[in-house]
Design a protein around this ligand. Sequence first.
Ligand SMILES: Cc1ncc(COP(=O)(O)O)c(C=O)c1O
Length: 412
Amino acid sequence: MELCPDIIEIRKQFPQLAETVYGRPLVYLDNAATSLRPVSVVEKWTEMSYRFNANIHRAVHFTANVATEEFEKSRNAVAEFIGASSAREVVFTSGTTQSVNLLAYSLGNSSFFNKGDEIIIAESEHHSDLVPWQQLAERKSLKIKVLPIKDDGTLEIEKLSDLLTEKVKLLCAAHVSNVLGIINPVKEICEICHRNGTLVLVDGAQAVAHLPVNVDEIGCDFYVFSGHKMFAAPGTGVLYGKKELLENLPPFLAGGEMIDTVNWDKTTFAAVPQRFEAGTQNISGVPTFIPAIETVKLLNNSKISGETEALKSYVFQSLSSDPDILLYGIPKDLSKKIPLFSISVKSAHHEDLALILDKMGIAVRSGQMCAEPLMRRFGVSGMLRASFAQYNTMDEAAYFVKSLRKAIDMLK
Ligand SMILES: Cc1ncc(COP(=O)(O)O)c(C=O)c1O
């Protein structure tokens, strides 16, 4: 199949796409786990290590100033990228998981929750947006309630109003489910919750590489994501929070430059966001957000996104029309799904399928996808997930569909 010239050019920027595994070209369809890294990101990462390695926000020397500037430039870029009203609303973390844990810990240590208060969590949530709240609930005697999903994987938003009692202080939902690929109606959720005085945390880990994200338009109170799922360096992440909310939260970790003054009898803390950035930060990784954001913008240009839409329709049609395959996450409108496909096959274990596909050069994910309650909801022990990025081609998609069919037949 003819490749879109833009995709040919873009693929050259991701050297790993030229790798072979077991003597076959690598077909990387595990982008939801972590995306591949473009040359521009690796170069920035390397430059920060080779030329500008110094700790930030501390020393007055030249290199420390460059490192600090690069770090803060990145904060401005992230704020602009997600439509935050100020860079002070952007806290750098090590990833989505740390962002949620930070928030759970700090909210838990504030006066926000009272005994008996409730948190609603979407049934399709990743463990990272579930377990920290469960632990907090145990600590503070809170109750977790579940916003269920329908059989097609979409949220039962009609049930939200009934769940929203005056005790519900927080709702947590993913912008895009890492298992179902479904884009949840987070703006509508925020509107409904805010009418009840309930705050909303949106987990954007699977959204930022695929959708334009604007926290102001969504209206969420908190938004979290990881750099490594949007082409940046691993160990980088973001907690966005409305300034007036972050300003009223106590710190998470303590030590380093998160202080204002330290005395033996009392310590006071820095303003946000530094208050939440204890210890040495990811000084080489955070600056890679700038080339990563440029990459996301490039990949979501109209020509490439047209190709990605075609690929998504093709894979969707192929998988949903195969009688041996059960596909999860099937919204009526395919524009409400990213190119991420989780399936199960009655006659074949997901891990066996993944191992066979691996030998064919195809990297997919198998297992519970960090969403055990969701697996239980669908009555399976695990699934096989193929998650595409914009640099994947129609030929790769066709090869995946053909190889999956072959693997299923081998195990019949
Ligand atoms: C929706 C969602 N939330 C949270 C996470 C956790 O991200 P990280 O491991 O980068 O902290 C993931 C990772 O797969 C995810 O897909």
